[in-house]
Design a protein around this ligand. Structure first.
Ligand code: ASP
Length: 459
C-alpha cells in the first residue's frame, strides 16, 4: 500500500469524490468547537483537510510541523470558500483517518530568530516558501546550464577534490595524508589546471558544476570557505566566442527560468578596463537604469585588462587574473621592458554591480608561461609546483580559453536576494562555521595520531 496517493499541491475539482491519502507537515490547525481544519503542507503546496466531530479529539495534540497521513474524500468547497490563489483552492479533504507519523516538538524557530539560530535549524528554515523557491530555481538554473552546454557539445567532467597546494591566489584548505605522513593534499581553489590539462588531452569542450574552496573571510557577496562555479574551457577558441557563448547561455537561462526578469541591454555592453575605471572608478559598475526595479538585470563585459596589477615594491608583479592568462600578442614585446603596460585576454562578467564570473584565453606556450612565472617572482622552489604544467605544454597544447561564472553569486544577483546564503541549501555562517553540523570541530586524539599530528598548546 502506498504511503500517499497524491501530493499536497495536486488535487483540484476533477478529483472530487475520490478517496485519497495525503502526507505532509501540519502547517496549521484551526479548531471551531467540535470540528476543525488542518492545513497539510509539502513541497508541492498546501491542502485543507476538514476534520469532523468523530476525529476532532485527534487535533488537540497535533503540534505545528508534525508529520501526518490523512485519508479522506475530496470534496468541492462551497463557492464562497474557494481560494483562487491556491492550486488546491477549489477542494478540501473530508478526513476519515488521521495517522501521526511523527509528532514534532515545539519549533525552536520563529520570525524573531537570529540568523545563527536559523542556520542551526536550517532544515526547518528551509521549509519556508522563499527558500523552497530559491532552491528550486537553483535546480532549474543548473539543469538549464547542463542541458545548454550538452547541446553545444560540452562534456561534463569531474576533477579531483583532493589535489595539490600551490602558491597562488587565496589561502588553501589543507588535508593531511595518512598514507604519506607529513604530506598534505589541498582542496582546489578552482579546477583551473585540470581544465587546461583536459584541453591538452583533446576533450575540446569541458564544463563542470565545480566546487571551489578558498580559505577566505566572508563578505556580503561571498560565502566563506566554499562555492560553486560553472567552470568551462574550450580549445581553438577566440575570446569573442567565449563571450558570445556565455552571453547566449545567460540570456536563454533567464528567459526560461526567470521570465519576469528583464535584461537591460543585449548584446551585453563591453567596456575596457581603462574606460570603466575612468568612468565608474570600479571594474564592476552597476549599469542599472533604475535600481529600485527588482526585475532589472544589467550585465556587462569588462575586457582589455592589464596583465598585471601595479608593480610591487620588490619589483615583481601580481597577475590581475591568474598566472595562466595570455598576454595580447601585440604586447608580447613589452613583457621584457614594460610588463606593467601589457594588456591581456582576461574577461570579467559583471551583473548589477557584482563580478559574477571571470576567465581568459590561456597561455599555451611554455616559454611565455615561464616568463610570466619570472615576472611574478617565482623562485625555483615555486616553479616546481607548476612543473607538470610546463612539461604538459611541451607535448602538444591547443590554444584554449574559458570562463567560470560563480553559481551562488550569479543566482544571488539574478534573484536579488539579500544574502548569498539565501541561494545555498546549507551555507556557512559569517564566521565560516557550519552551526548546524558544528564544523569545524575538534577530532578524536586517535585521528590525530593516525596522521602523526600533534596540536600545539592553545595560545
Ligand atoms: N579559474 C578561474 C577563477 O576561478 C576562472 C577562469 O579563468 O576560468 O577565477
Amino acid at each position: 500500500m502506498d504511503i500517499r496517493t497524491h501530493t499536497c499541491g495536486e488535487l483540484t475539482k476533477k478529483f472530487v469524490g475520490k478517496k485519497v491519502k495525503l502526507c505532509g507537515w501540519i502547517d496549521s490547525v484551526r479548531q471551531q468547537g467540535k470540528i476543525g481544519f488542518l492545513i497539510l503542507r509539502d513541497r508541492y503546496g498546501v491542502t485543507q483537510c476538514f476534520v469532523g466531530k468523530e476525529l476532532s479529539d485527534k487535533l488537540a495534540d497535533l503540534r505545528k510541523d508534525s508529520v501526518v497521513q490523512v485519508l479522506g474524500i475530496v470534496n468541492e468547497r462551497p463557492k464562497n470558500q474557494v481560494k483562487k490563489e491556491l492550486s488546491t483552492g477549489e477542494i478540501e479533504i473530508k478526513s476519515e483517518e488521521i495517522n501521526v507519523l511523527t509528532l514534532a516538538d515545539p519549533l525552536p524557530l520563529d520570525e524573531n530568530a537570529t540568523e545563527d539560530t536559523r542556520l542551526k535549524y536550517r532544515y526547518i528554515d528551509l521549509r519556508k516558501k522563499e527558500l523552497q523557491d530559491a532552491i528550486r530555481k537553483r535546480h532549474e538554473a543548473v539543469l538549464f546550464m547542463r542541458d545548454f552546454l550538452d547541446k553545444k557539445g560540452f562534456y561534463e567532467i569531474t576533477t579531483p577534490i583532493l589535489t595539490k597546494s600551490s602558491p597562488e591566489g587565496a589561502r588553501d584548505f589543507l588535508v593531511p595524508s595518512r598514507l604519506h605522513l607529513g604530506k598534505f593534499y589541498a582542496l582546489p581553489q578552482s579546477p583551473q589546471q585540470y581544465k587546461q590539462l583536459l584541453m591538452l588531452a583533446g576533450f575540446d569542450k569541458y564544463f563542470q558544476i565545480a566546487p571551489c574552496f578558498r580559505d577566505e573571510d566572508a563578505r556580503a557577496d561571498r560565502s566563506p570557505g566554499e562555492f560553486y562555479q560553472l567552470d568551462m574551457e574550450m580549445s581553438f577558441v577566440t575570446q569573442e566566442e567565449i563571450l558570445k557563448l556565455t552571453e547566449e547561455l545567460f540570456v536563454n537561462l533567464i528567459k526560461k527560468v526567470f521570465p519576469e526578469k528583464k535584461i537591460t541591454e543585449v548584446p551585453f555592453p563591453r567596456l575596457s578596463y581603462s574606460e570603466v575605471m575612468k568612468q565608474y572608478k570600479t571594474d564592476k559598475p552597476d549599469l542599472r537604469k533604475n535600481k529600485k526595479d527588482s526585475n532589472e538585470l544589467a550585465f556587462a563585459w569588462i575586457v582589455d585588462f592589464p596583465l598585471f596589477e601595479e608593480e610591487m615594491e620588490n619589483g615583481h608583479y601580481a597577475p590581475m587574473h591568474h598566472m595562466f592568462t595570455m598576454p595580447k600578442e601585440s604586447d608580447l614585446k613589452l613583457l621584457d621592458k614594460e610588463p606593467g603596460k601589457v594588456k591581456s585576454y582576461q574577461h570579467d562578467l559583471v551583473l548589477n554591480g557584482l563580478e559574477v564570473g571571470g576567465g581568459s584565453i590561456r597561455i599555451h606556450d611554455s616559454k611565455i608561461q615561464e616568463k610570466i612565472f619570472d615576472l611574478i617572482g617565482f623562485t625555483k622552489e615555486h616553479k616546481k609546483y607548476f612543473n607538470h604544467m610546463l612539461e604538459a605544454f611541451r607535448y602538444g597544447a591547443p590554444p584554449h580559453g574559458g570562463i567560470a561564472p560563480g553559481i551562488d553569486r550569479v543566482l544571488m544577483a539574478i534573484m536579488g536576494t539579500k544574502s548569498i546564503r539565501d541561494v545555498i541549501a546549507f551555507p556557512k555562517n559569517k564566521e565560516a562555521r557550519d552551526v548546524m553540523m558544528g564544523a569545524p570541530s575538534e577530532v578524536l586524539p586517535g585521528q590525530l595520531d593516525d596522521l602523526n599530528i600533534e596540536l600545539k598548546k592553545k595560545k
